[in-house]
Design a protein around this ligand. Structure first.
Ligand code: 6PG
Length: 467
C-alpha cells in the first residue's frame, strides 16, 4: 500500500493526467483494461512514480487507504462497467473520481449508488485537451465537500495555475462539477462558431487572404479578445497543407463533428426554460454543416441577393468585426453563466459563479482575458441577474453594438450567414426590451385555447370571450 492515487483508463487524457500527477510528486498506480496502453505509458517514462498494474485487485490493493481512484474512461456504459469491477475490492470511505465528460445526471445516479455503500464519488469536469491534462487543466469537482477536501491537495496541484491560484475549485454537490463542464462545452461551441463567423466575414466580404486573416487574429489576441481559441485560430490559419501547399484550412472538409456535451447543454436549457439560444444556434450550425452533400446540391439551385457589393473600407470593417465578435462573446458567456445561475437556483446547488470564472482563466478551452472581468463582476455582485447588465459589459456593448449591427446588416445584404452573431444581437435586443410582444402571444393562446392571461395593471388570472 504505497501508491497515493490510482488512474484507470490510459488513453491520451488518462495517460497525461497520470503523468501530470507523477510529475507533482504523487505515487500513481495505473491500470487499463487492455495491457497495451499500460505498457505504452510505462515505457515512456523514467523514474519511479508511475506503477503499472494488470489486475484490478492488485491495483486497488496498492493504494493508500482511503483509496483515491481517478477514472479517465469513455463516458457512458464503460464508466459503469469499471465501477462494477472496482466496487467489490473497495471499502467504505474510498473515493472514486470520474474525470470524463459524463452527463451530470449519470454522475448523480452513480453518486447515490456509491454513497449508499459508503464510497465517496466525485464528478470532475476537466478541460484543456491533451496538453492541459499533462501540464495543468481546469478542474471542476462536484460531490460531497468533505470527500472533495480529501483529494483537493492533489487536484489543486495538477491544475493550471493563474496568478498563483489553482484553476480548480469545489463546484457544489452531486453532479454539479460535470454540469459546469457541460455548460463550459456549450460556451465553447458558441465561442468557436462566433470566431468562425468573424473569419467568414473577413474572408468572403472583405476578401482577405488566409494569411491576412491570421495576422488579424494575432493582433486581436493581443487585445481584449485575447483567448486560447483566438490564439489557436491564428495558428490554424498559418498552417499549410503538406500535400497541396494550400492553407490547410482550405482542404479540411466543412462538416463539424460533436460528442454530445453541447447538445446536452441545449437540452438542459430547453427543459428548464433557460434561454441559451446562442449555444443552441451553434449546435444547429454544426448540424447544418453535416448536410454537406445537400448544401452542395442546393448551391446549384438556390440564389443569394443580387446586388452590387460596395468595396468596404478594410480597416473600418475589421474594427466592426472585432466589435461584433467581442459583443457576441459577451452575449454567449452571459447565456452560459445565466444557465449556471438558473440551474443552481433550480437544484439548490449554490454554484460559485465567481470561482467558475476564476478557474476558467487557465487550462481550459475557453480561457480568455475577459474571464478576469467576469470573475470580478460576480465578486462584487454575486446575485447579478445577467452579465449584460453589469456596468463593465453594458458600457462595452454600448460602444460595440454598432459593429455587430453593421456586420449583420452587411452579412444579410450579401447573403453571408452568421447564426451565432445574429442570435447574440437577438438575445441582446430581446433582453433589453421591457415591453415585449408576448402580450399578443398570450392573447392568441387565450383566444384559441382559453389558456388565460395575467394583466399588467390588475392582479389575478383572466379569460376573455374573444368571439
Ligand atoms: C475540453 C473540451 C473537450 C473536448 C470536447 C469536444 O474542455 O477540453 O471541451 O472536452 O474537446 O468534448 O467536444 P465536441 O467533440 O463535442 O466538439
Amino acid at each position: 500500500m504505497h501508491n497515493t492515487i490510482g488512474v484507470i483508463g490510459l488513453g491520451v487524457m488518462g495517460s497525461n493526467i497520470a503523468l501530470n500527477m507523477a510529475s507533482k510528486g504523487e505515487q500513481v498506480a495505473v491500470y487499463n483494461y487492455t495491457r497495451d496502453l499500460t505498457d505504452k505509458l510505462v515505457e515512456k517514462i523514467e523514474g519511479q512514480s508511475l506503477h503499472p498494474y494488470y489486475e484490478i485487485q492488485e491495483f486497488v490493493q496498492s493504494l493508500e487507504v482511503p483509496r483515491k481512484i481517478f477514472l479517465m474512461v469513455t463516458a457512458g456504459k464503460p464508466i459503469d462497467s469499471v465501477i462494477s469491477a472496482l466496487v467489490p475490492h473497495l471499502e467504505a470511505r474510498d473515493i472514486i473520481m470520474d474525470g470524463g465528460n459524463s452527463h451530470y445526471e449519470d454522475t448523480e445516479r452513480r453518486y447515490e449508488e456509491l454513497k449508499s455503500q459508503g464510497i465517496g464519488y466525485l464528478g470532475i469536469g476537466i478541460s484543456g485537451g491533451e496538453v492541459g491534462a499533462l501540464n495543468g487543466p481546469s478542474i471542476m469537482p462536484g460531490g460531497d465537500q468533505d470527500v472533495y477536501n480529501k483529494v483537493a491537495p492533489i487536484l489543486t496541484k495538477i491544475a493550471a495555475q493563474v496568478d498563483n491560484d489553482p484553476c480548480c475549485a469545489y463546484m457544489g454537490p452531486k453532479g454539479s462539477g460535470h454540469f459546469v463542464k457541460m455548460v463550459h462545452n456549450g460556451i465553447e461551441y458558441a465561442d468557436m462558431q462566433l470566431i468562425a463567423e468573424a473569419y467568414t466575414f473577413l474572408r468572403k466580404r472583405l476578401d482577405l487572404s488566409v494569411d491576412e486573416i491570421a495576422d488579424i487574429f494575432e493582433t486581436w489576441n493581443q487585445g481584449e479578445l485575447k483567448s486560447y481559441l483566438i490564439e489557436i485560430t491564428a495558428e490554424i490559419l498559418r498552417k499549410k497543407d503538406e500535400i497541396t501547399g494550400l492553407p490547410l484550412i482550405d482542404v479540411i472538409l466543412d462538416k463539424t463533428g460533436q460528442k454530445g456535451t453541447g447538445k446536452w447543454t441545449s437540452m438542459q436549457a430547453i427543459d428548464n426554460g433557460i434561454p441559451s439560444s446562442i449555444i443552441t444556434e451553434s449546435l444547429f450550425a454544426r448540424y447544418i454543416s453535416s448536410l454537406k452533400e445537400e448544401r452542395v446540391h442546393a448551391e446549384s439551385i438556390l440564389t443569394g441577393p443580387e446586388m452590387d457589393q460596395p468595396t468596404l473600407d478594410k480597416d473600418l470593417w475589421m474594427e466592426y468585426i472585432r466589435q461584433a465578435l467581442y459583443m457576441g462573446k459577451i452575449c454567449a458567456y452571459a447565456q452560459g453563466f445565466t444557465q449556471y445561475k438558473m440551474t443552481s437556483e433550480l437544484y439548490g446547488w449554490d454554484l460559485p459563479l465567481k470561482d467558475i470564472a476564476l478557474i476558467f482563466r487557465g487550462g481550459c478551452i475557453i480561457r480568455a482575458e475577459f474571464l478576469n472581468v467576469i470573475s470580478e463582476t460576480y465578486q462584487s455582485q454575486p446575485n447579478l441577474a445577467n452579465l449584460l447588465v453589469a456596468p463593465y459589459f453594458a458600457e462595452k456593448i454600448k460602444a460595440y453594438q454598432i459593429g455587430l449591427r453593421k456586420v449583420l446588416c452587411e452579412g444579410i445584404n450579401s447573403g453571408i450567414s452568421s447564426p451565432c452573431l445574429s442570435s447574440s444581437l437577438t438575445y441582446y435586443d430581446n433582453y433589453r426590451t421591457g415591453m415585449s410582444n408576448a402580450n399578443l402571444l398570450q392573447a392568441q393562446r387565450d383566444y384559441f385555447g382559453a389558456h388565460t392571461y395575467e394583466r399588467s395593471d390588475l392582479a389575478g388570472i383572466f379569460h376573455t370571450n374573444w368571439q
